[in-house]
Ligand binder design. Structure first.
Ligand SMILES: Cc1cc2nc3c(=O)[nH]c(=O)nc-3n(C[C@H](O)[C@H](O)[C@H](O)COP(=O)(O)OP(=O)(O)OC[C@H]3O[C@@H](n4cnc5c(N)ncnc54)[C@H](O)[C@@H]3O)c2cc1C
Length: 78
């Protein structure tokens, strides 16, 4: 293990993709630091939150994000 291995992994952007990436990294036991330019995550989605999505919801939600939100750990599938 090197000194670099102890550093957190930076995820830039707290949109759906950044949040899913962070959730997968956390599920693998890694440390994450998420940077979001707006005051809240999901800022772009909130901008058009009044619009009905054209994609079925289950395609929009990542399994690791769901598990993390529910306080569950998903198995590491590496
Ligand atoms: C009206 C409308 C309807 C849509 N409907 C659908 C739909 O039905 N289905 C669908 O799949 N998609 C839909 N989309 C597209 C959807 O918004 C994107 O697919 C989704 O937001 C992409 O997620 P993302 O995490 O890649 O990017 P984003 O949601 O854009 O998130 C990126 C985040 O990174 C942050 N950021 C950017 N630069 C920096 C920086 N330098 N430092 C820190 N933070 C930073 C931003 O503030 C933002 O929060 C729609 C879009 C619009 C406008």
């Amino acid at each position: 293990m090197t000194a670099l291995d102890k550093l957190p992994i930076a995820v830039i952007g707290g949109g759906p993709v950044g949040l899913a990436a962070a959730a997968h990294l956390l599920a693998r036991g890694l440390t994450v630091k998420l940077y979001e330019a707006h005051p809240t995550v999901g800022a772009n989605l909130r901008d058009w939150g009044h619009v009905r999505v054209f994609t079925p919801w289950h395609y929009c939600v990542d399994v690791a994000s769901l598990a993390h939100a529910a306080g569950r750990i998903i198995p590491d599938r590496r």
